[in-house]
Design a protein around this ligand. Structure first.
Ligand SMILES: *Cc1c(COP(=O)(O)O)cnc(C)c1O
Length: 374
């Protein structure tokens, strides 16, 4: 990576080649179909570019949280299957159905609304979501029979096409996830007795797709792994054979030589302890740099790593670079691929007391994304 283009203060560089490679790697590892999860603007990487890259890497379907996200992908010209699973009361199932968006269904009410949105010649594709322990949405076991029987009836009359049964895991422990898998299998069994034998079952997100082979079921929903980040505390991207797709960097906007004892940034939480050089990096919490990482997050400038000096402000933060020959315009990398010597998104997550998912997803709209394919 090099400095941002002239005139650009900050940018997130997204390597779509890494996304495609990550999908290829996870397909091989899991031996399963990949539903590429590109919700929340592709975890901050751009939903359309991430979706296209994932499809190029062999994903067969895209997953998003809501219909609005699904429609945006369709309108961008993506004609692959897309499934959306979290619906507002009164969500526009008709528009979704008209554009061939598949719907995750968590209740009898949603099932009936989906069926009502079907056109005469095209059933609505649905994925029935079973509640197996996470206590979010999903059809509860007490409703399995009623909902499955109705889905089977609606399928027979051509209103819906049941593409999948699915659920989501807690990752609380392998034991908890295995219990959820057993609950899911029971649900699949109940569905079969009522005449439902959908072509797909999917349960595992990245964590279980990698760590719990029995949960793969021939189809896995991959989110964080797509972007090359690890969902595990104790394993890096490289440990998993993944390559982080996003590099967040900026151009040093000012340098200043100061004496010992100089206060830095709001509150003077940091004071210099010698004559030194301060470099100003033009990214702040408005750009998604977590303010909680003040005094803790790190950046790489000129191949050396520096901790943030003092508080992260809305638009900028300062690093104390000592006597290093840092100049205005030098690249400051907040995070990227740590095998290249820069901090990882996970290190920023640790510094801020959060998870890497939060670090990439929160990158703000003021940060332009630049796509590369390396
Ligand atoms: C976000 C999400 C995923 C992706 O999870 P990762 O841990 O990022 O792989 C999969 N399934 C559902 C239902 C989700 O909401």
């Amino acid at each position: 990576m090099s400095r941002p283009p002239a005139g650009v203060l900050r940018e997130a560089v997204v390597d779509v080649g890494a996304i495609a490679d990550n999908v290829r790697h996870l397909r091989r590892l899991t031996g399963s179909e990949i539903i590429a999860v590109v919700k929340a603007d592709g975890y901050g990487h751009g939903a359309v570019r991430s979706g296209l890259a994932a499809l190029a890497g062999g994903a067969t379907r895209l997953g998003v949280s809501d219909i609005t996200e699904a429609l945006a992908l369709r309108r961008a010209g993506i004609d692959a299957p897309i499934v959306a699973w979290l619906h507002a009361p009164g969500a526009d199932f008709a528009q979704a159905a008209a554009l061939g968006i598949e719907l995750g269904i968590s209740s009898l009410d949603q099932l009936q609304k989906a069926a009502a949105a079907a056109s005469a010649d095209r059933p609505v594709g649905i994925h029935l979501k079973l509640e197996t322990g996470l206590s979010r949405n999903g059809i509860p076991p007490t409703d399995y029979r009623v909902v499955f029987a109705e889905a089977a009836r609606l399928e027979r009359i051509g209103r819906v096409r049941v593409i999948a049964l699915f659920s989501h895991l807690s990752n609380a422990s392998d034991e908890d996830d295995r219990a959820a898998l057993r609950a899911f299998d029971e649900g699949v069994g109940v569905a079969a007795t009522l005449g439902l034998a959908p072509p797909l079952r999917h349960l595992a997100a990245t964590h279980a797709a990698i760590d719990l082979p029995e949960a793969r079921l021939g189809c896995v929903r991959i989110g964080i792994g797509l972007y090359g980040l690890s969902p595990f505390d104790d394993r890096t991207s490289a440990d998993l054979g993944l390559r982080p797709a996003m590099t967040l960097h900026g151009a040093v906007a000012a340098v200043r030589r100061v004496p010992a004892g100089k206060g830095v940034s709001y509150g003077y939480d940091y004071r210099t302890d010698r004559d030194t050089t301060l470099a100003l990096v033009p990214l702040g919490y408005a750009d998604g740099v977590p303010r909680q990482a003040s005094g803790a997050g790190a950046v790489t400038i000129g191949g050396r790593r520096y901790r943030i000096a003092g508080r992260i402000a809305m638009d900028q933060f300062v690093v104390d670079v000592g006597d290093a020959p840092v100049a205005v315009g030098d690249e400051a990398v907040l995070f990227g691929d740590p095998t290249l010597g820069v901090p990882s998104a996970t290190e920023w997550a640790d510094a801020a007391g959060t998870i890497n998912y939060d670090i990439v997803t929160r990158i703000g709209p003021r940060v332009p994304r630049r796509q590369v394919a390396e």
